[in-house]
Design a protein around this ligand. Structure first.
Ligand SMILES: C[S@@+](CC[C@H](N)C(=O)[O-])C[C@H]1O[C@@H](n2cnc3c(N)ncnc32)[C@H](O)[C@@H]1O
Length: 256
């Protein structure tokens, strides 16, 4: 798979959508002041900033250079260090963190088992992560993904990928490293001013959109796909024309 640069496009609008889940994740971690908390795939720092405000010593690990700058600019006087790295290669010593948190981020790791082993190497106490459950959003993204598959002929499930939203899978994989797993399902509606606004701000300018839409454009399919996606989003418009796509995610807590 092509490595996506999450610093391209405008990830910020999606980050704002995910902030309520970041707060839930930090809340569930029951962070104590002074604990070392690592936010893996920190994006613009949703989790890292909230955790630092609770008095944690935070390390934000983020592979995208532009997003690392965004976090650094927001950090202010907080005890927050921003570093380059990926879930499977954390630039941190063994047993050097109390807690690892990952809000919709480790789910993008190319080698999930390596990422979980790496989390187990670094975290002494708890690992918490969020992952989307299958739902209405798949219909929207499915239109896009289906068109890209038709053009590239690719799209087979990548070898070694796991169902991050399945508690049984996570219990098995984290269990191999001595963690016990609990999980809850949470709701998070994805909202926008209109279907067109959703397309523009959440899909076309999202880093994943920036990486894939040029393929559709080159194939002369972009206008058709945009129309079909906007139609699909239209299923979740309120009478006032606003979009509210009901979505659910798993919040998993691994403890040892
Ligand atoms: C959907 S965003 C979530 C960002 C942030 N956690 C939030 O709450 O907004 C996914 C993030 O995962 C990062 N990411 C992608 N692949 C990764 C990997 N292999 N290891 C760690 N982070 C990764 C991206 O750079 C991006 O910042």
């Amino acid at each position: 798979m092509t490595r996506i640069d999450w610093g391209k496009g405008t990830y910020e609008s999606t980050a704002a959508d995910l902030l309520p889940a970041a707060r839930e994740l930090v809340d569930a971690a029951r962070i104590k002041p002074g604990e070392h908390v690592v936010d893996v795939g920190a994006g613009t720092g949703n989790v890292a900033l909230v955790a630092a405000d609770l008095g944690a010593r935070v390390t934000a690990v983020e592979p995208a250079a532009r997003l690392r700058e965004v976090i650094q600019e927001s950090a202010g006087a907080r005890d927050l260090t921003v570093v380059d790295g990926t879930a499977a290669e954390l630039p941190l010593a063994d047993a050097s963190a109390d807690v690892i948190l990952s809000n919709f981020a480790v789910i993008f790791a190319p080698d999930p088992r390596a990422a979980i082993a790496e989390f187990a190497r670094v975290a002494t106490s708890r690992v918490l992560l969020t992952s989307w459950l299958p739902g209405p959003m798949d219909k929207v993204v499915g239109v896009l993904a289906g068109a890209v598959r038709e053009i590239t002929g690719s799209g087979e499930a990548m070898e070694g990928q796991i169902d991050w939203h399945d508690p049984a899978v996570l219990a098995e994989l984290f269990g191999q490293h001595g963690f016990e797993l609990t999980a809850t399902v949470k709701d998070l509606a994805m909202t926008a001013a209109s279907p067109e606004d959703y397309w523009e701000t959440r899909l076309a300018n999202h880093p994943l959109g920036v990486a894939t839409l040029p393929l559709l454009e080159q194939a002369g399919r972009l206008t058709d796909v945009r129309t079909r996606v906007i139609d699909a989003i239209g299923n979740w418009t309120t009478p006032s024309g606003q979009v509210s796509i009901p979505s659910q995610y798993l919040l998993a807590t691994a403890t040892r």
